[in-house]
Design a protein around this ligand. Sequence first.
Ligand SMILES: [Zn+2]
Length: 179
Amino acid sequence: MILSEKFTTADRKLLGVVRAELFQDSPILIEVETNQTIRDDGTLVLGCRAGPSLDMFNLFHEMSHLVEIDDARIQQYGWGFKMGREVNIPGYPTFYEPSTWQPSQREIRVMAYQANLMKHFGREMDFAYCSTLFKYMVDHYLIPHGERWLAREIERRSELPKYSFEAFQKEWLRKNELL
Ligand SMILES: [Zn+2]
């Protein structure tokens, strides 16, 4: 049994609005129960899942990842993210270790887009909540700042034209044409 939160009626309605506005001519499939995956035929699938939660916050997050990522990785599972450098110690299983906080820096940029995407659809981004999600990042112990800084930095970036809804939309359309 999959332990999962229910997808709310409000979110289902909002999904309809988002579909109509941004997925009309898109080759991307939406599957509520999915996070991000690539089908065998190369179709990109985005969904509303993150761990046990199913909500529009997660879909907006994945959409923002697509917009932020470089073109070469748009059709890779998990956006082609690596866990860091490979570490091999004789006698131990191979493990991966991040050496920079680049993954978290990327999340800040993704969340800056996400804030404006959500705002466009009438949802407010809770920056303080976002800052608490960084503890789940592989490189969390390398982030040289605390949660207060993270919350402010996401908000600060979201106010830059680079991360505006217009910028998001332009890049969303361009990426969709590449898919
Ligand atoms: Zn992310």
